[in-house]
Design a protein around this ligand. Structure first.
Ligand code: BGC
Length: 428
């Protein structure tokens, strides 16, 4: 045996509604596409049809032996206008939750994953404090309509990535480059998370449930200096993660808002997560404020460094803030021709299995190839391939490998030889 996964750790996959559902909705991402910002021209409206093919997709997950499924609800779908609920969309999500339960796949529901209805965006979105009640109304709707079928919730996916890509780098809608707006969005999202945490617990307990689990999906990277003898590089390897992830994580987890974040809502110090949600992908190597990648390092097809031990380093960092069961809410890689996904999976699972930390769940990103935001469909993260013309689903080698890991509780020597041994990363 090469290694066993941690005792009792369950395994499954993650998706996001905007990335897999398709459908002609009025959202910030449909608008971004119309403005020509999706590099390969993928239209979110065509997507890959999960909204229609949800039944077959769920059955495929069950055939693959998956135990967990993290997925999102699309705000613009269930609330096409403020206060106006689309009951057919609600019913369709309920059917999906029911089928998951029937197939013994435990659902984890993401309430916000980067996409907003245009009506919310046009009101100023998460930049404006007076809009935050709209998000909390979405949370309330989600719990009232789905809370009998689902006990586990992610309030917000990667608030730091959303805030920086959309308001600092200007690469995502609404395309701003404004530090003040970035910080305001971070503060507002921390406020939203904490209010949502309390609301979900209160509502589900009024519904008679005691098993609620609420958290956020934190995107953390490892940061290293480009040259560790250069004091400026070393300073930026401390300052960048503080501004990008650490200050916000503290605020969301403990209600402690380190400067420059302000606690405008007078949130009391507390414990605002039931699990440590970690989305882990890569290490950044920096020489100033911003991003960078180490020279001569193993890279994926988006040029991100592959650094497996980072999954442990980031989990440890979160665990030190508040010790809770660790759920890897996303981990995966862009491998367009399936040359190294099995090795990536192997090395990340091996690292977390040897860490001794309480990893309890692992959600691979992604179930299937999908709309990778501005990269479009051409950046492939899936265990399942989707034919661009017919939308037919085919399980990739890595999907078969993953099923065997779940079945065997780890990786045997035979599995290693069959799936991993022949795979290598590109070094650039
Ligand atoms: C996001 C996903 C995204 C993935 C790969 C995460 O930042 O939550 O939506 O597809 O990383 O880039």
């Amino acid at each position: 045996m090469k290694f066993f996964i941690p005792h009792g750790m369950e395994m499954g996959v993650a998706t996001a509604s905007m990335q897999i559902e398709g459908g002609a909705l009025d959202t910030n991402w449909h608008d971004w596409y119309r403005q020509g910002f999706i590099k390969d021209g993928t239209d979110p409206a065509t997507g890959n049809d999960h909204w229609v093919k949800w039944r077959a997709d769920t059955e495929l997950m069950a055939q693959m032996g998956l135990q967990l499924y993290r997925f999102g609800i699309e705000w613009a779908r269930i609330l096409p206008r403020p206060g106006e609920v689309d009951e057919a969309a609600v019913a369709r999500y309920r059917q999906e939750l029911l089928l998951l339960r029937e197939q013994n796949i435990r659902p984890l529901l993401t309430i916000h994953h980067f996409s907003n209805p245009m009506w919310f965006e046009e009101l100023g979105g998460f930049e404006k404090r007076e809009n935050l009640h709209y998000y909390l109304e979405l949370v309330e709707l989600a719990v009232r309509r789905f809370g009998d079928l689902c006990s586990d919730f992610i309030t917000i996916n990667e608030p730091n990535v959303y805030a920086t890509h959309s308001f600092f780098f200007g690469a995502w809608p609404p395309g701003k480059k404004d530090l003040g707006a970035t910080l305001a969005v971070m503060e507002n999202l921390a406020y939203c998370h904490i209010k949502a945490y309390e609301l979900i617990h209160r509502l589900r307990s009024e519904m008679g449930f005691r098993d609620t689990m609420v958290g956020c999906a934190n995107h953390l990277r490892v940061f290293a200096p480009k040259n560790d003898r250069n004091p400026w590089h070393c300073l930026s390897a401390k300052l960048t993660p503080f501004l990008f992830q650490d200050a916000l994580t503290q605020a969301m987890t403990l209600g402690v808002f380190p400067a420059p974040l302000r606690n405008f809502g007078k949130i009391p110090r507390g414990e605002y997560t039931d699990f440590i949600g970690l989305n882990y992908y890569t290490r950044s190597t920096v020489s100033g404020i911003g991003d960078g990648v180490r020279e001569n390092s193993p890279r994926n097809d988006l040029d991100w460094e592959i650094y497996p031990q980072g999954i442990v380093e980031c989990a440890e960092k979160l665990y030190r803030i508040l010790p809770r069961p660790i759920w890897v809410t996303e981990n995966g890689t862009c491998d367009n021709d399936d040359r190294f996904r099995c090795r990536y999976l192997y090395e990340h699972l091996q690292a977390l299995s040897r860490s001794g930390l309480p990893f309890r769940r692992y959600y691979h990103w992604c179930f299937c190839d999908n709309l990778e935001w501005i990269e479009g469909n051409s950046a492939k993260f899936g265990l399942v391939q989707i034919d661009p013309d017919t939308r037919e689903r085919t399980v990739k080698q890595a999907g078969h490998f993953y099923s065997e890991v779940i079945r065997n509780g780890g990786v045997t020597d035979e599995m290693y030889d069959k799936y991993v041994a022949g795979q290598e990363y590109d070094i650039r």
